[in-house]
Design a protein around this ligand. Structure first.
Ligand SMILES: *Cc1c(COP(=O)(O)O)cnc(C)c1O
Ligand SMILES: [Zn+2]
Length: 397
């Protein structure tokens, strides 16, 4: 299998066994743990000037730190999203600077594209003809888009709650769309059954493929480069399974080990209080979550009651001196509306949890007056404009 020069293979995060990426494709065959791509970092010769000299045109500009080359990737030039200064928000929060990383400007409108470009590329390298996943919505839309581009058939299992745009666009991309009654867990069961019947389908499922957090790590590389190599004091991240948060944690340690930065950013997991297993575990000082029995939030991307990678997410929060915060759905929607009103930026409800969480953290005195705070806008507001609008209607507007 053709890979980039420094990519060495996959390592199980639980038992530490290493594997040849040409042979293992998903979870650890020994213990079932998550596999994490590894590199020979001392063979990577990247300095700030080299990176700055490259056009800011795609997340694949960091290809030395990705498993596959840009040339061989299934890519639509995803990533390279703007980091937008939000002075009015900085005033509100009482901090030096607030910037929103606007992932809504990716090809299918969310940061899921960063994960799917790498995962679908892996599928093509392994000669897959079909890919499969269960998703709350955005990952399924992204997967069907990239699979279409690669000439693969995609099988997407979405819960009936997922938004209209997601369902419509899986069809438009030519995916095999399966709407499953119930919630994400029910879609997950249908996905498992489909895999049992079709063992040659290549899964693109969260933390089943080793490559989604790998793609999402590029968000952090971009943020520090966009800040002229200043590491932000805090990054608030709307957390479901924690794929992007783990990716950014990995990216920060990589950049530190490569000598590109000196410290790690404080990583903060923001969740909706109707489904906040990570926040609860963090607050109770546990190193693993307890599944939420009856999850209920309007933030579909965050309604993940049983996030299997929680030990890794909690490690990231602790090791970076970050934290965790949950807020209620009405406050989340209000935050999304307020950001749209005063900064112009459109956040979907799940992402708005990161803005609402930042407000709550500021109120708790978590930030200093000079801090630089980055809020991840993981998805575009127009994915769920109806939900944002109905919040205004609930206020009689
Ligand atoms: C998937 C998703 C999330 C949660 O992402 P994880 O990396 O699984 O925590 C947050 N926001 C949006 C818009 C999403 O689609
Ligand atoms: Zn293992």
């Amino acid at each position: 299998m053709e890979t980039t020069a420094a990519f060495t293979g996959l390592e199980c995060v639980d038992c530490g066994t290493t594997f040849d990426a040409a042979e293992e494709t998903h979870r650890c065959p020994g213990c079932g743990g998550i596999l994490d791509p590894t590199y020979q970092y001392d063979a990577i010769d990247l300095d700030r000037e080299t990176l700055e000299s490259r056009p800011f045109d795609s997340m694949w500009r960091y290809e030395e730190l990705l498993p596959f080359s840009r040339e061989s990737a299934t890519t639509m030039d995803e990533g390279a999203t703007p980091l937008v200064d939000c002075p009015a928000l900085a005033d509100d929060l009482g901090v030096g600077r607030v910037l929103i990383k606007d992932e809504g400007r990716n090809p299918t409108g969310t940061f899921k594209d960063r994960g799917q470009t790498v995962a679908v590329t892996a599928a093509t390298k392994h000669g897959a003809s079909d890919v499969v996943l269960a998703s709350a919505g955005n990952a399924g839309q992204a997967a069907s888009a990239y699979a279409g581009r690669a000439g693969l058939d995609s099988h997407v299992y979405l819960p009936s709650r997922s938004g209209f745009t997601n369902k419509a666009m899986v069809n438009v991309h030519g995916g095999d769309m399966n709407v499953v009654g119930g919630r994400i867990g029910d879609a997950g069961t249908a996905y498992v059954e489909a895999r049992e019947e079709n063992d040659d389908w290549f899964p693109l499922q969260t933390f089943v493929t080793p490559y989604r957090h790998e793609g999402k790590k590029t968000m952090f590389y971009e943020i520090v480069e966009q800040l002229d190599w200043e590491v932000p004091d805090a990054i608030t991240y709307p957390t479901g399974g924690g794929v992007g948060l783990i990716g950014m944690y990995k990216a920060a340690t990589e950049f530190r080990d490569l000598g590109l930065i000196d410290e790690l950013p404080g990583l903060y997991a923001a969740q909706a209080s109707g489904c906040a297993p990570i926040v609860e575990a963090f607050e109770e000082g546990r190193d693993e979550h307890d599944p939420v029995e009856t999850p209920d939030t309007i933030c579909g991307g965050l309604e993940i009651p049983d996030p299997g990678a929680s030990p890794w997410v909690l490690e990231a929060l602790c090791e970076t001196d970050g934290g965790a915060v949950s807020t209620d759905d009405p406050d989340i929607l209000q935050a999304g509306v307020q950001v749209a009103k005063q900064e112009g930026l459109e956040m979907c409800p799940s992402s708005a949890a990161a803005a609402s969480g930042a407000w709550e953290l500021a109120e708790r005195g978590e930030f200093g007056n000079d801090d630089t705070v980055v809020i991840l806008n993981t998805g575009a507001g127009n994915k769920e404009a109806d939900v944002l609008r109905s919040h205004l209607m609930s206020q009689g507007v």
